[in-house]
Design a protein around this ligand. Structure first.
Ligand code: GCO
Ligand code: MG
Length: 405
């Protein structure tokens, strides 16, 4: 029996921020949804899907997920890279959604069934100064979170990526015609961050899991120093201490500290992760499901990670859509070496467009038991929120040199 793909459509909608969504419809009327959002480069993925993949997908058998993945990956010849892999990931998600709906089961059942009852999650807490940060952490705890990523401002700097001043809500990409510029001072950060994280641990007590994201900014020497100064804080992880592509240099950090390290949100294939996993330079691999070729490919990354006792902890900020979050939760529920899922919640406008069946309770998420991925898109609502260009910021050193942000 074959279930042929009848149409492939790309929706771009902006309920509070831009999302690209793929819709695949089969000849027997099943609709599968995929997320294709790549923050700040949305239209590149939309064009890749619309102009290059859609024509080749029509008439193919929607049930052949693995074959379609290989067809798109190997067939492109120009492989890897975030745009290609997000586009393939979107198709993969939509096909898993279709298969679940066709069989009447949630996707996690197709992945071997639940390997745990619920998926541990962490969220973000930010504050420009310590009182604001502690306040933000308390609010997260009251919401039920058991794990919190803590980020603060740095004295002397005007802005720090991911840290909001006052009550402003978090949104990394700014609307407008180009990126906002931030000035960065590594010395000031290295003087300040350990004090803040020690004070946070003292305030919250031993139970709460604390995470911190360095966002690629340090050299191995600086990263080693920071990690050593944080040994007593008992971090759940220290994330992206260095630019993620400098893999062999991570050994220098690893040899100096027992703080668990997490890396990989900018990776998109198993080949990007291979050295970090096989040399066990990290404890958590952060590839987002959609950005790393979808469920089919991320399962392979996690299988490789399992060999080295590394856990999956997919990137899941509010700049990937509920379709991706849901896919991540199906993988999380069904994969033994899954550690934690990032979850920042969504602006209320997002739920006008994306009707999701995942649930949050007491610090854990569950994808729900709807057939497929469990997220439906209201296309009329989506049309009310047109795309508007947005850019991720850039950072410069005090002397004006471009810096990893
Ligand atoms: C995280 C990330 C995000 C990314 C953002 C880029 O750990 O959640 O570092 O804040 O920077 O998703 O679009
Ligand atoms: Mg990060």
């Amino acid at each position: 029996m074959t279930r042929l793909i009848a149409s492939v459509d790309v929706l771009i909608t902006s309920p509070s921020r831009n999302f690209v969504t793929l819709k695949i419809t089969t000849e027997d009327g099943i609709v599968g949804w995929g997320d294709a959002t790549l923050n700040g480069r949305e239209l590149a993925v939309a064009a890749y899907l619309r102009d290059h993949l859609a024509p080749a997908l029509i008439g193919r058998d929607a049930d052949r997920i693995e074959d379609t993945w290989q067809f798109l990956y190997r067939g492109a010849y120009w492989r890897r890279g975030p745009v290609t892999m997000a586009a393939i990931g979107a198709v993969d998600l939509a096909l898993w959604d279709i298969k679940g709906k066709a069989l009447g089961v949630p996707v996690y059942q197709l992945l071997g069934g639940a390997a745990r009852d619920k998926v541990l999650t962490y969220t973000h807490a930010t504050g420009w100064d310590l009182p604001e940060l502690l306040d933000s952490i308390e609010r997260r705890r009251e919401q039920g979170f058991r794990a919190v990523r803590a980020q603060s401002g740095v004295p002397g700097l005007d802005k720090v990526y991911g840290v909001t001043k006052g009550a402003a809500s978090y949104e990394p990409a700014g609307r407008g015609g180009g990126p906002a510029e931030e000035v960065w001072d590594t010395s000031a950060y290295l003087r300040h961050a350990p004090k803040v994280l020690h004070a946070v641990r003292e305030h919250v007590g031993p139970e709460l899991k604390l995470l911190h994201d360095v966002h690629h900014r340090l050299t191995p020497t600086e990263a080693g120093r920071l990690a050593r100064s944080l040994e007593d804080v008992d971090l759940f992880w220290l994330e992206d201490v260095m630019p993620a592509e400098n893999q062999k240099l991570l050994r220098a950090v690893r040899d100096q500290t027992t703080v668990p390290l997490a890396i990989g949100e900018v990776f998109n294939t198993i080949w990007d992760c291979e050295q970090l996993l096989s040399e066990r330079l990290i404890d958590y691999i952060r590839t987002a499901v959609v950005h790393a070729g979808g469920i089919s490919h991320v399962r392979k990354i996690l299988a490789l990670a399992e060999v080295y006792q590394v856990k999956g902890a997919p990137h899941g900020p509010s700049d990937v859509s509920p379709v991706n979050l849901s896919a991540s939760l199906h993988v999380g529920l069904a994969t033994t070496n899954f550690g934690i899922q990032e979850y920042m919640g969504y602006d209320p406008l997002v739920s006008e467009v994306f009707r999701s069946s995942f649930t949050f309770e007491d610090g854990y998420l569950h994808p729900g038991d709807e057939p497929g991925l469990g997220v439906e898109i209201d296309e009329e609502a989506a049309a009310r929120f047109p795309y508007s260009p947005a850019f991720l910021p850039i950072a410069r050193d005090l002397d004006g040199t471009m810096k990893d942000w």
